[in-house]
Design a binder for this molecule. Structure first.
Ligand code: SF4
Ligand code: SF4
Length: 448
């Protein structure tokens, strides 16, 4: 039975600036790209090119070194450095710097399969792996791993077109302008899982996309397009599953535990490109927006293009931004430099004015109003988790299931005390992971 999820908030969607703007290629190609060797959950890739090498668009430049997905060149040109560079997720990561020769010479090892109907599940998984497809909604989980670990367990395939974060319209424009890639990707994923149908969930604030996708599916009726109530975080994996199937993913569990697999619509489009066109992931759609830029836009961007270049494409700053985020205002990460390059999960560069940005204030006293508890879609108690985090009582916070926090920011949004709740939960989770690693190491040492 379909069920609405608990909690959530209704932020102003602020999508008006770009919802009607078609995706365009860059007006000026970047002089250089800085391609991070870590664009996914798991171990960073190992660079397989060196300074002085010539590379083509689609050539593999980073090879898997554990859980991960390979990384490919997004422009043709010469590698000028392989060194640590700033990264949108924070800190520096090993990166391949390519000087663009502006020839756009394509050279991938993948073979196109316009008729994929004879491909086996293993063959599809291998193509998706070699194409470097990862979750394009931001999470960055390697798609080939999600498919191979779900085959035989998954009976329900869901595509996530909710795009519930305010401001962002990258998925909306993708569904509207390139819906064939999304539907095609859904059908390839159905084939890999051995399923006869799939459901695409789209928030009701994108009626044109819903109508367009339904028209593309047509009489075949194998892909259902479902309109979802506009409520944040409708696009969070567990909330989407509950809304579409009525199944609840248990605390600490994965969608596959309740027979579901969820892929972002951008991921489905990348699957289509890989299998049908023989193209690895080299570009993605990015929404560049916020009142601090002169001309908000949706752009098709080569991976590794700097945030500064994208802001220049949006005709620069209308005023000095209060902050620049990768992603939306609820879950986005503030950037300390605009020299970072976009990665596979970068769906937006959001430039907020002082007026738009929630002020970063000195932490205030909790009013014990319980609003954070009422909006938490994971049924957590943010007020108490925060209290324990403030005292360094990590295990007590763990007992309150802080590890289940999806960092959606709903509690932060509603909190009248303007407490830095999500920030403290991120820190608590990091501390708990470090504690778990230490405990594991101590156990192994004791055994030896
Ligand atoms: S505690 Fe976590 S999951 Fe709950 S509202 Fe806050 S950020 Fe979202
Ligand atoms: S919403 Fe903020 S002020 Fe209210 S109980 Fe939660 S943490 Fe305290």
């Amino acid at each position: 039975m379909k069920q609405s999820f608990y909690g959530g908030v209704h932020p102003n969607d602020r999508k008006e600036a770009t919802r009607h703007k078609a995706v365009t290629p860059l007006g000026a190609a970047p002089q250089q790209v800085v391609i991070a060797m870590s664009m996914h959950i798991g171990a960073p890739c190992k660079s397989v090119v060196a300074k002085g090498d010539h590379v083509t668009v689609g050539q593999k430049i980073g090879e898997i070194a554990g859980l991960g997905a390979p990384i490919h060149a997004s422009v043709s040109g010469t590698v000028t450095a392989v060194e640590p560079r700033p990264y949108p997720g924070g800190n520096k990561v090993m990166s391949v710097v390519i000087e663009n020769d502006f020839q756009d010479t394509f050279g991938s090892d993948l073979t196109p399969h316009p008729d994929y109907s004879k491909l086996t599940a293993d063959e599809i998984v291998e193509i998706i792996k070699e194409a470097g497809v990862t979750g394009m909604g931001g999470a960055g989980f390697p798609t080939h791993v999600k498919i191979s670990s779900g085959i035989g367990k998954v009976d329900t395939l869901i595509l996530n077109g909710a795009e519930c974060e305010p401001y962002i319209t990258a998925d909306h424009r993708l569904m509207l302008e390139q819906g064939e890639r999304v539907i095609g990707g859904a059908r390839i994923l159905m084939q890999a899982f051995g399923l006869q149908s799939a459901t695409i969930g789209v928030e009701a604030n994108k009626p044109d996309a819903i109508e367009h996708l339904q028209a593309l599916v047509g009489a075949r009726a194998d892909v259902h397009v479902e309109s979802l109530r506009t409520r944040y975080p409708q696009g969070a994996e567990k909330q989407l599953i509950q809304r579409l199937t009525g199944r609840e993913v248990p605390p600490g569990g994965l969608p596959a535990h309740v027979g579901c697999a969820v892929f972002n619509v951008g991921t489905a489009a990348a699957v289509y490109d890989a299998v049908v066109e023989g193209k690895p992931v080299t570009h993605r759609i990015v929404t560049v927006t916020g009142d601090a830029v002169k001309e908000p836009c949706n752009l098709l961007v080569p991976l590794g293009t700097s945030f500064q270049h994208l802001i220049d494409e949006a005709k620069g700053f209308a005023e000095e931004p209060d902050r620049v985020l990768t992603g939306g205002p609820m879950m986005g990460i503030a950037q300390h430099t605009l020299e970072v390059g976009i990665i596979k999960g970068t769906n937006a560069v959001l430039c907020l004015t002082r007026k738009e940005a929630a002020p970063i204030e000195t932490e205030e006293v909790c009013l014990r109003c319980a609003r954070c508890v009422n909006v938490c879609p994971m049924h957590l108690t943010p007020v108490y988790m925060h209290l324990y985090a403030g005292k360094g009582m990590w295990k007590e916070a763990e007992a309150l299931n802080v590890m289940d926090c999806i960092e959606c920011g709903s509690c932060n949004y509603i909190c009248p005390g303007r407490l830095h709740l999500v920030q403290s939960f991120r820190m608590t989770k990091m501390e708990l992971r470090q504690l778990a690693a230490k405990e594991k190491a101590a156990k192994e040492a004791a055994k030896a």
